[in-house]
Design a binder for this molecule. Sequence first.
Ligand code: FES
Length: 124
Amino acid sequence: MKRFPRTFLNVITSTARRKIEVAMVKVCSLSEIPPGTLKGLQLDDGRRVLVVNLDGELRAWDGTCTHEEADLSTGFLLGERVTCPLHLSQFDLNSGEAVTPPAKTSLRKYNLKVENEEIYVDLD
Ligand code: FES
């Protein structure tokens, strides 16, 4: 087994730790998103995150419509679907699938975690 100097390992582990910390983004507090609501967050790099509370089950998706980049957090949540405010495509918030045209591409799913009543999304 190859041996690495301790300083090298410290650099590697601190870089990995920093990457993990950067990838987790706080979206909102749990109390800000009751069942049947959604919350959007615009990141500095232009990406959007959409968090939805489906009867107590939290899910996180890319918040930009896959058709022409509308902000889905300004759309309409009905049951387990969100409707894009621009051309009315609907996305299934269990699978991310675009279920009505004109959008054809599914939303990207993000993992999330709740820690100390705060919701964090993993952007990796
Ligand atoms: S931008 Fe969403 S359906 Fe066109």
